[in-house]
Every structure is written in C-alpha cells, then in structure tokens.
Design a protein around this ligand. Structure first.
Ligand code: NI
Length: 186
C-alpha cells in the first residue's frame, strides 16, 4: 500500500477534478491496490471520503468511512436511487483544504454499486452517510461542493469559532472533511 497525493484546488492539476470519469470494468489486483491506497490516503488525511479523481484517477469509484463500526467501504460504479428529503449542513473537501460551506443534500437515499469483487450491492443511507455518498458521487461527475454552496465559503478557523460559541464542548477534532457535518450532528 502507498499513500497517493491528493489533488487540491491550489495545485495546477485541478482540472482532473473536473474531468469525466470512466466506468470500472476490470475488477483485478490493480483495482484492489488502488482501493487500498485510497483508503490509506483518506485516513492519513483525516477524511471520511475520497473519490478516485482526487488522486488523479479518472474512474467511477470512491472510498468512505463514515461509521467506524461499519469500517471502510469501497464503492465502485455508484448509482444513487430514490433520494428523499433535504438537509442543509456544512461540508468540507480534502481537495479544498480548510474551507467549508453549507450544501443542501437529500436526507436519505439508496445506493447501488459494485464491490471490489464486481458484485452488485445495494445499501440504504441517511444523514452524514447519505451526504458523503452525494459528495463523492459528485466528484466522479466532476462536480465540487463549492459549486453548490449556499452562502459563503468560510475558513475552518471561523467555523470552529462559531461552533465554540454555539457549543463550548466542541473542538477541532470534529472537523473531518469530505464530507463534514458539524452543525446538525453534534
Ligand atoms: Ni470532496
């Protein structure tokens, strides 16, 4: 396993974040290696999700770890089905370091995808997990959360300050980009 470089909007390779991605057709050792690298990179960066274009790979694939009990999930060729409801909350992104903005997302959805063996799976998700799935699926369609923000993009120091005013128990540890939801969740 190896750490991959995360493409950020500050670098000159950001166009990769806007490109079309290809469907994954080969479920081979190389794909498993990429998935393992992406999981390691996501944890190293303290994120809860990471999409393949963020490491420069134009494939329809992402990894996530929203629920520690459930652990790491590798999501290949995702398809969001029956999104329901709407919720506005703060999100961040490993490709947009230290910046956060409010985005409206469905509160629950179903996700059809393929696992690393190529088997079709379907799961239901709500709350932060649904938000993360939408954020990462956007990535593989070349869409950034900054395209969808309501109001301003704010720096994490301001967000932490505002949150501390609202809830003195909160701390910097609550910030987990890609995606983050701190206002409603805590
Ligand atoms: Ni992101």
């Amino acid at each position: 396993m190896a750490l991959r470089n995360i493409v950020t909007v500050d670098t000159d390779r950001t166009s990769v974040l806007r490109k079309k991605t290809r469907i994954v057709e080969k479920f081979d050792e190389r794909l498993k290696e990429l998935a393992a690298d992406m999981i390691e990179t996501m944890h190293e960066a303290n994120g809860v999700g990471l999409a393949a274009p963020q490491v420069g790979i134009l494939r329809r694939m992402f990894v996530m770890n929203v629920d520690p009990e459930e652990g790491d999930l590798v999501i290949i060729n995702p398809e969001i089905i029956d999104p329901e409801g709407a919720d506005v909350a703060y999100e961040g992104c490993l490709s947009v370091p230290q910046m956060y903005g409010q985005v409206k997302r469905p509160t629950r959805l179903k996700l059809k995808y393929q696992d690393l063996q190529g088997e079709v799976q379907e799961i239901e998700a709500e709350g932060l997990k649904a938000r993360c799935i939408c954020h990462e699926t956007d990535h593989i369609n070349g869409i950034m959360f900054t395209d969808k923000i309501i109001g301003e993009l704010i720096h994490e120091s301001k967000l932490i300050e505002d949150e501390a005013k609202r809830d003195p128990k909160s701390s910097e540890q609550d910030l987990k980009p890609d995606s983050v939801e701190i206002i409603e969740e805590n």
